[in-house]
Structure formats: structure tokens, C-alpha cells
Design a protein around this ligand. Structure first.
Ligand SMILES: Nc1ncnc2c1ncn2[C@@H]1O[C@H](COP(=O)(O)OP(=O)(O)O)[C@@H](O)[C@H]1O
Ligand SMILES: [Mg+2]
Length: 262
């Protein structure tokens, strides 16, 4: 079969009514996304770069139908999510992994590290099978020390470790499309590369990835293509290394100028 687009986004716009409408009186709301279009094929990574508030999280959420779009279209594997039945949407979501931005709220606090990674597997495949072996292999690959595997997620882990548990949890079901929201924001410099290597390895074996980050260097390390979001609009897109060498939009130049000099 010819490589169909895993993900195709056309003119996606999302408008939120103001969060604090009562206080604002005539809340005019905010356009979190304005006519955003891009596509991602099999085994491809797209980085989404932008400052805080530029619409990155809203974009990921609308790809899964968790945010209702105001206009435009999202297709997963050739089907518009707006035309899917509830069951079809669930089935499409099951083919996707989603690492949400905040590893504190996304992980079940009472579970152990191993239990948290196993949970999605048990929900889909039932207990048993290769689940435990897969979970352990992922935790090793992500370099989470074995003495932490039995620890409670809430009390015993640093932010970076928790984030790596979230990555293992998303990968255990071998998603075909992985959406990651700043998956390495809490890692220090040395483990940031390790986490990205684990993700890149999956991409080389066919997984597609949308990587949200405000770190242009991470984007370059991950992806051949990037889009730059600014106030909900794509202001620049193209090959990541070219964006870094020849940023055309003043905002991309500002992002670059803000990088620490190595
Ligand atoms: N549920 C919501 N209700 C109202 N406004 C929202 C909601 N979610 C996000 N926004 C607004 O949409 C804009 C984009 O937010 P977000 O997608 O979280 O940006 P980013 O992830 O790039 O920081 C911001 O102005 C934010 O305040
Ligand atoms: Mg965000």
C-alpha cells in the first residue's frame, strides 16, 4: 500500500470563549488556532515549536477530538474525525499515544511505577501476556533505576523520572502515532537526549510523531520538519535545520536568540 497520510490537518481553527467571561463582561474569547494545516506520514516526525500560549496543547488535543474545532478538518488515517462514530473515534484514539504536558496530573498517584506503565496494557489486553516483560523492558530502556519500579509514582519520583514513566506508559501499546507535549521539559540535559533517542528509535521503525516543544534544538534533534506557531498561526514551516540556519520570521529569530549559547 502506498504510504497514506497518518494525519492530515486542514485549516484547523479553534476559538475559546473567554475563561473568565463573567469578569470580562463581553468576553471576546481567544482564537487558540487559526487555519492551521499540515500532514504527517508514516515514520515521520513533525515538531511543533512555539512559546507558551501559542496553541500547542490545543493543537494536540484537537487532533484526538478532545477539543472541538471551530472550523477545518482533522483526518486520522484518511478519515475525518468529525464524521466518526463514538466507537470509531475510540478505535482511532487507541492507535495513538498521547503524552500530556503535566506528568503530575496524568499519572495515577496510587500506582507503583511498574503498575502505572502496565495499566494501559491491562485495560486493552487484560492481565498477563507479555505486559510485565514489555513494561520492564521499557523502564530499562528509559533508564529508570530498577529500585524505583515498585515505588509509588506520587511520592518517590522526581519530575523527570515521572515524565519518563509517562513516556513508557504511552509506548507500551506501541502507538502508530504518538503525540508528545513537551515530553522532556523536566529532564536535565543528559536525560533529555536519552528520552528523545527512545522516541526516535520508534520513529525509525515506523511510528509517526508530533513533538511539541519550545526548544528549537530539541526539535532539530528529533525531526526533519517543523512548524512554528505564534498566537495560534503557523508563521513558519519547513526543514528544521534550515529554519535554524535561515529563520525568516522575526519570531523564529527571537526564539533562536533566546537559546543559551553552548
Ligand atoms: N479550555 C480553554 N478555555 C479557554 N481558553 C483556553 C483553553 N485552553 C487554552 N486556552 C487558551 O488558548 C491559548 C493557547 O493555549 P495552549 O494551547 O495551552 O498553548 P500552549 O500549549 O502553546 O502553551 C491560550 O491563550 C490559552 O489561554
Ligand atoms: Mg501547552
Amino acid at each position: 500500500m502506498i504510504d497514506a497520510k497518518y494525519l492530515d490537518v486542514k485549516n484547523l481553527s479553534v476559538h475559546f470563549k473567554g475563561r473568565f467571561r463573567i469578569f470580562r463582561g463581553h468576553g471576546e474569547g481567544v482564537w487558540a488556532l487559526k487555519s492551521v494545516s499540515f500532514s504527517v506520514g508514516r515514520g515521520e516526525t513533525l515538531s511543533v515549536v512555539g512559546e507558551s500560549g501559542s496553541g500547542k496543547t490545543t493543537l494536540l488535543r484537537s487532533l484526538l477530538g478532545l477539543v472541538t474545532s471551530t472550523d477545518g478538518n482533522v483526518e486520522l488515517w484518511g478519515r475525518a474525525i468529525g464524521t466518526m462514530s463514538a466507537d470509531e473515534l475510540l478505535a482511532a484514539r487507541r492507535r495513538c499515544g498521547y503524552i500530556i504536558q503535566d506528568p503530575y496530573s496524568s499519572l495515577p498517584p496510587t500506582l507503583t511505577v511498574l503498575g502505572a506503565v502496565l495499566e494501559p496494557w491491562n485495560v486493552v489486553h487484560g492481565r498477563g501476556g507479555h505486559g510485565v516483560a514489555k513494561a520492564k523492558a521499557l523502564l530499562s530502556e528509559l533508564k529508570l533505576p530498577e529500585e524505583l519500579w515498585g515505588a509509588r509514582v506520587r511520592y518517590s519520583l522526581s519530575g523527570g523520572q515521572r515524565q519518563r514513566v509517562a513516556v513508557a506508559r504511552a509506548l507500551i501499546l506501541a502507538p502508530e502515532l504518538l503525540l508528545c507535549d513537551e515530553p522532556t521539559a523536566m529532564q536535565d540535559v543528559s536525560t533529555r537526549g536519552e528520552v528523545l533517542d527512545v522516541l526516535n528509535r520508534r520513529v525509525r521503525s515506523g511510528m509517526s510523531m508530533v513533538l511539541v516543544t519550545h526548544d528549537l534544538l530539541l526539535a532539530r534533534h528529533a525531526a526533519s520538519r517543523a512548524i512554528v506557531l505564534y498566537k495560534g498561526e503557523i508563521v513558519e514551516s519547513g526543514d528544521t535545520s534550515e529554519l535554524l540556519e535561515r529563520p525568516t520570521h522575526s519570531y523564529t529569530r527571537a526564539l533562536l536568540a533566546a537559546l543559551p549559547k553552548l
